[in-house]
Design a protein around this ligand. Structure first.
Ligand code: FE2
Length: 374
């Protein structure tokens, strides 16, 4: 399926699995109408399109929510006898699909399956007056999939079947794009999915953390970050490691009923504004002890943001060779302690905040203890 071109004596493969960008993230949720309200009023997304019974789609309702370049689709099943209903029953609200935009979805699917991916949806072409979209899906960890989306011949609202809603402007909180999506998998499976992303999508392992990097007195995890060739798409994969108490990854796997997306990091260019706005709207973040800020200037050196503001908002800072980053983590956004968000601002740094792991995981453990997960 790959097109070969000869340049000098070197043969260069034009990769049908070259990913243009992350297209959308779809969540299966118990009540998409209420979830949409929360993403709009708490998280600053604008509802832009809808698909459901009123638009001729009988078995599910989906709301497209947008902010910056971020597209979330919130889907709820309308009948109990559907896969989406099973998914919600098993996992609670969670991520079903991390969709990837490609030039040719059928070619991407065929090549992915040839490289060992499990196909979950053969290529389907859907047309309307605005053009044609082709989609196809492959499995990744747990019940999570990647849909390949080809939209170069489509100029309409999101996808055929979706209808743009009346303009409802929502004050944005300044979220710009998805920085990374993290998957939690069972002990011993991390390398399986590292190999999957390397072999099937041609991603590279850019950073690895072992249980010495990511451990507290009680719990531990291991993580490898897989990134696309241009580094724009980043999928860290976590697995639990042995500790004196239950790892936060084990707790997730238990409540989620298997492997799945643990957190999505959303990037902003002004984290002080974003976090202040999110807090005002009721979004809850992990509590970081004030002592974290005592030695911050010594640890990270000069930064643009006033330390007092960071301390007031609970924002963490870490530095690497290329710059620094600011980050903060929400509490889980549903009753099961599963999916949460990271808000991140990169000022040059391309790493993931290794210097914050200890403070962060101690905060997570305090939350775990409150849930009785020891
Ligand atoms: Fe993260």
């Amino acid at each position: 399926m790959a097109t070969a071109v000869i340049e000098g004596s070197r043969e260069i493969q034009k990769d049908p699995l070259a990913i243009n960008h992350l297209d959308y993230v779809e969540f299966y949720v118990g009540n998409a109408r209420q979830a949409a309200y929360w993403y709009q009023h708490a998280f600053g997304f604008t509802p832009t399109a809808y698909r459901g019974p009123e638009t001729g789609h009988r078995d599910a309702a989906s709301y497209l929510m947008e902010q910056g370049a971020i597209r979330f689709v919130l889907t709820t099943p309308l009948y109990s006898s559907s896969f989406a209903a099973e998914h919600v029953h098993r996992h609670g609200d969670g991520v079903r699909d991390i969709a990837l935009c490609v030039d040719d979805a059928a070619a991407a699917y065929c090549e992915a399956v040839r490289r060992g991916a499990k196909g979950v949806r053969e290529p389907v072409s859907v047309e309307n007056a605005d053009g044609r979209i082709v989609t196809a899906g492959i499995a990744t960890y747990g019940d999570t999939i990647h849909t390949f989306v080809e939209r170069k011949k489509y100029h309409g609202t999101f996808m055929p079947g979706f209808v743009a809603g009346p303009p409802r402007w929502t004050p944005s909180v300044g979220l710009e794009c998805v920085d990374h999506c993290v998957g939690n998998v069972h002990l011993g499976n991390m390398c399986t999915y590292v190999d999957f992303y390397a072999t099937v999508l041609g991603f590279r392992n850019v950073i690895s953390f072992d249980d010495k990097d990511i451990s507290t007195e009680y719990s531990a995890l291991m993580s490898k970050v897989m990134a696309s060739g241009d580094g724009v798409i980043k999928f860290p994969i976590n697995e639990p490691a042995q500790g004196r108490k239950k790892s936060q990854i084990d707790e997730y796997l238990e409540y989620y009923g298997g492997a799945g997306v643990q957190h999505i990091a959303l990037a902003t260019n002004d984290i002080l504004h974003t976090v202040r706005s999110l807090r005002q709207r009721g979004v809850e973040f992990l509590d970081i002890p004030k002592t974290y800020y005592d030695d911050l200037p010594r640890r990270v050196g000069e930064i643009h943001e006033p330390v007092a503001d960071l301390a007031q908002l609970g924002i963490l800072v870490d530095r690497d060779e290329e710059g620094y980053l600011l980050q903060i983590f929400t509490k889980p956004v549903q009753d099961r302690p599963t999916v949460f968000y990271e808000i991140i601002q990169r000022r040059g740094a391309r790493s993931f905040g290794k210097g914050n792991f200890k403070a962060l995981f101690e905060a997570l453990e305090r939350e775990q203890a409150r849930r009785g997960n020891l």
